[in-house]
Design a protein around this ligand. Structure first.
Ligand code: FES
Ligand SMILES: [Fe+2]
Length: 447
């Protein structure tokens, strides 16, 4: 077995690093890095996806202790604006105060009603049951029939606090007051993203869908390009699926799938014109493909167009590399946050739907650059379990790709429930991100 593993390290064909070294404008930042990660399990128990017991263990050991993206800062722009973030049975209010963004458990300290049912704006939080109230910073504001509560210590009757820190325009929460700071947890992730300035983007679209599968199953479908050949055969011509690079560092991992380069699965080498048209076909809003001039590559031509578009919006003096505007660069911060790198707009978040082990909520944000004043963020457009992604017109063509991705997932969940074996198996290299995720998950659940 060990010999086989050593032999089959990579797909044939150009490596990602070789490819970008030959670009018209080569990447010199984090895209030029390659991690040494080779660890993580090559198989995990089926029970991780199918059992209530495993879900309960995650609800006990993982979610109450780990940093999670709760919302965007722009979603709560004014003092008193708040957003409700739910994970399993936990519910957390994230609120902007004059002193900064704070988070509290969304539970009244009298008899426990949820304080806020929806996102909103309030000068204070007043419980809809008996009217106890708290200031937005979580301190106690008033006790109804105060004379009847001589036994409560009003100094110790604040809302239960939750840690709250920000990065890149996102707000993260952690229920563990002793957790390490977010910046330490993220390691080098912010350094990778620094040139792309996620804080200077706005939420152009935000679509969620309830999925009939475990949350890990759902996110794992977006952590590798290994499925492209079978799930998205229509994009093979312009996608270097099997030549993707996979990395992992600390609590985050990354995959980079090059575009406008042929898949190693395709036997005949497409011409540059064919490559260009194949990639342009994915953006039907764009004008018809012009001709690729002799001596130019489809990749360079596509990058030049995308770079010019982007520069007209963000007006940066920075030299933007071909890879940053061409490739699919998909990061994962453990456990469930997936911001895409470069200038791609996609950000995913996955979590259990309510307290279900066999249902999840998948969300896709389009985080777009803007010129001038920041446009207001799009509200969540939630699709039900039977609603297709194509009902969300704001996703454009990507909705069709999601339909292909998510078509498999309920059937994977059903297959796993029917499985007569104990473990699912991961590809050694192409499923690096899954292996990295499960090695971290095992550590969290063991503590
Ligand atoms: S439960 Fe909130 S005031 Fe009584
Ligand atoms: Fe996919």
């Amino acid at each position: 077995m060990a010999t086989n593993l050593a032999k089959a390290a990579r797909s044939s064909g150009i490596s990602y690093q070789e490819l970008i070294a030959g670009d018209a404008v080569p990447a010199r930042n984090a895209l030029a890095l390659e991690s040494p990660f080779q660890g993580g399990p090559t198989s995990v128990p089926v029970a991780r996806y199918t059992t209530r017991e495993f879900h309960d263990l995650e609800m006990k050991k993982l979610w109450p202790r780990v940093w999670q993206m709760a919302c965007r800062e722009e979603e709560i722009p004014r003092v008193g604006d708040y957003s409700v973030y739910e994970i399993g049975n936990f519910s957390i209010i994230v609120v902007r105060t004059a002193q900064g963004i704070r988070a509290h458990h969304n539970v009244c300290r009298h008899r426990g009603r949820r304080l806020c049912d929806f996102d909103g704006h309030a000068p204070s939080f007043i419980c809809p049951f008996h009217g106890f109230s708290w200031n937005i910073d979580g301190t106690l504001r008033s006790v109804t029939s105060e004379w009847d509560f001589p036994h409560i210590d009003q100094k110790n009757f604040d809302l239960t606090p939750v840690r709250c820190e920000t990065w890149g325009g996102w707000v993260f929460i952690n229920m563990d007051m002793n957790a390490e700071p977010l910046a330490k947890f993220m390691g080098d992730l912010p350094a990778h993203f620094a040139p792309w300035r996620p804080e200077d983007r706005y939420v152009e679209a935000h679509v969620g869908k309830i999925m009939n599968c475990n949350w890990k199953l759902c996110q794992e479908a977006f952590m590798e390009a290994f499925h492209v050949i079978t799930t998205h055969p229509q994009i093979l011509t312009g996608t270097g699926d099997e030549n993707s690079q996979y990395d992992a560092w600390g609590n985050f991992s990354r995959a980079i799938t090059p575009n406008a380069t042929p898949s190693p699965h395709i036997r005949s080498q497409p011409s540059e014109q064919e490559l260009f048209e194949a990639v342009m076909m994915r953006h039907l809003d764009d004008p018809p493909a012009p001709n690729v001039p002799p001596g130019m590559t489809a990749r360079a031509m596509m990058a030049a167009g995308a770079r010019a578009n982007l520069q007209s919006i963000i007006g940066t003096d920075r030299e933007i590399a071909d890879a940053e505007v061409s490739d699919s660069i998909y990061y994962t911060l453990f456990p469930n946050f997936h911001p895409w790198g470069g200038y791609n707009r996609i950000v995913y978040r996955f979590r259990p739907w309510q307290d279900r082990h066999d249902q999840s909520l998948m969300e896709c944000y389009y985080l777009s650059p803007f010129k001038g004043e920041r446009p207001p963020p799009a509200p969540l457009h939630l699709l039900g379990e039977d609603q297709p992604w194509t009902d969300a017109a704001e996703l454009g063509l990507l909705a069709k790709v999601f339909t292909q991705d998510t078509f498999n997932l309920p059937n994977v969940q059903r297959g796993l429930k029917a499985a007569q074996f104990d473990e699912v198996v991961f590809a050694r290299y192409q499923e690096t991100k899954l292996r990295h995720f499960h090695s971290l998950l095992s550590r969290w659940l063991a503590d």
